[in-house]
Design a protein around this ligand. Sequence first.
Ligand code: FAD
Ligand code: SF4
Length: 510
Amino acid sequence: MKKLRLILGDQLNSEHSWLQELDNNTIYVLAEMRQETDYVKHHIQKVVAFFMSMRNFFTAIKADGHQTIYFEITDAENPQDLEKIITHCIEKYKIEKFEYQFPDEYRLDQQLKAICSNLKIQSEVFDSEHFYTTRHELSEFFEGKKLLLMENFYRNMRKKHHLLMDGSTPVGNQWNFDADNRKKYKGEVPVPKEKNFHTNVAEIVAQIKEAGITTFGNINENNFSWPTSRKQSLEVLDYFCTNLLKHFGDYEDAMHTDEKFLFHSRLSFAMNSKMLSPKEVIEAVVSYYHANENEISISQVEGFVRQILGWREYIRGIYWKEMPNYAQMNVLENTNKLPEFFWTGKTKMNCMSHAINQSLDEAYAHHIQRLMVIGNFTLLTQIHPDEVDAWYLGVYIDAIEWVEMPNTRGMSQYADGGIIATKPYVSSGSYINKMSNNCNKCPYNVKEKFGEKACPFNTLYWNFLDEKKEYFKGNQRMGMMLNLLNKIKPEELYKIKIKANEIIANMDAY
Ligand code: FAD
Ligand code: SF4
């Protein structure tokens, strides 16, 4: 039977069982499509990374002897739309059966189901063989529970997959070393330079321009740093184990104006495109730890395993549990628009300037920059979560809706009413000051709440609490914050609110 097998741009899993045997009657199709470049405005590096990785994957499976079809974005024959590509291939190659792997995005899942129901030939869907959990495992785990605590899910995953366990006891006698993972970085240990592949991507950039795709952000065409093949992805993993793991946990939450990546792995794109599997990443890290226990402490390793075995799988489970309603949630009824500086980087707030300019230059910011600087600012200024989602989905190299949306709309913007976070991740400037050196060189004063030089995060923080106090009054975890709000003198609060409204009305001036 002549088969057509679809491989989406984030399904570049060369270890998939599909690819383990050759069959001349099976054709694999990969396509660069306007449908995928245009549903949101993307960072140029994100589009380049996907196209380059898809092309490398295609070249590799073709060299292995598989039958393949590839549509480049500028090919005259490229229909640019998934349904048309599938029907075009079915007709042209006289295909008798269509097969695909479960997509990770709800949008594509719906589209592929609809396409299959219109096909006159048989179709079948397969697992993508990537995650530890199935789409619905988290829902089953939390069945009947009110609180969907990540920590409970994570402990169960550790036991189930027997990772960092001594029998039924966690290695180090603790499940969680979170409290050890909050060091401020003061330059005490040198940060190794990030792994850079210096790839020349000028040809792809030219094709993206020729196709008329609108992108944003910056790129160095002769010096593209991200891994775009399985071989390079494995090199990034190896680099992480040998150079960065020993300090990963310590500085997980730190920020520094001279260090964009600190000890973070930069593995998210390689994993989200499925060039690497989470299992092989965790196994490599755990076995490196066991071989080097005299040099690396458990707190560094547990911190890393928790991000992938815990957070990554948890976030995916929440996405499939809550979609499609999740995409519409806005419980705090925020309606403001993103300021222009999210696209230009022009802001005087030093922390925001660093985080946004880094995002525009590298298509990357680490989780505390995303959560406690940029996301904190958008929540305090009460931006509509649709606007925030679209920006995050466009700007980051690793942003695919299943992982971007629960992190942004849920964890960061509290638009889901606490499905993920039991309280909103908001803070005044003092948290940013505690975890970074940003405030030292900022024109604003992190100690002041209002007035000309006051740190906008301070003013906005108290204003946010005051505006949302009715919504949060029953939330015990907000009790302390609301008590402190109550202690602010009315005349002081009045000044804070006047100033906060001025900031919100004129964000680009700050
Ligand atoms: P490291 O710090 O080295 O962590 C290792 C790995 O853990 C990451 O590669 C990632 O796969 C996983 N991980 C860590 N935290 C999370 C998390 N909260 N959810 C899922 N996986 C996690 N991650 C994405 O992959 N895509 C996104 O679009 C995305 N959007 C985010 C938006 C917000 C508002 C926040 C707060 C976080 C977001 N994250 C997202 C999670 C996290 O910021 C990135 O995975 C991480 O910064 C990627 O860099 P890294 O590979 O160097 O990560
Ligand atoms: Fe950011 Fe406020 Fe610190 Fe400036 S003073 S860097 S705005 S937290």
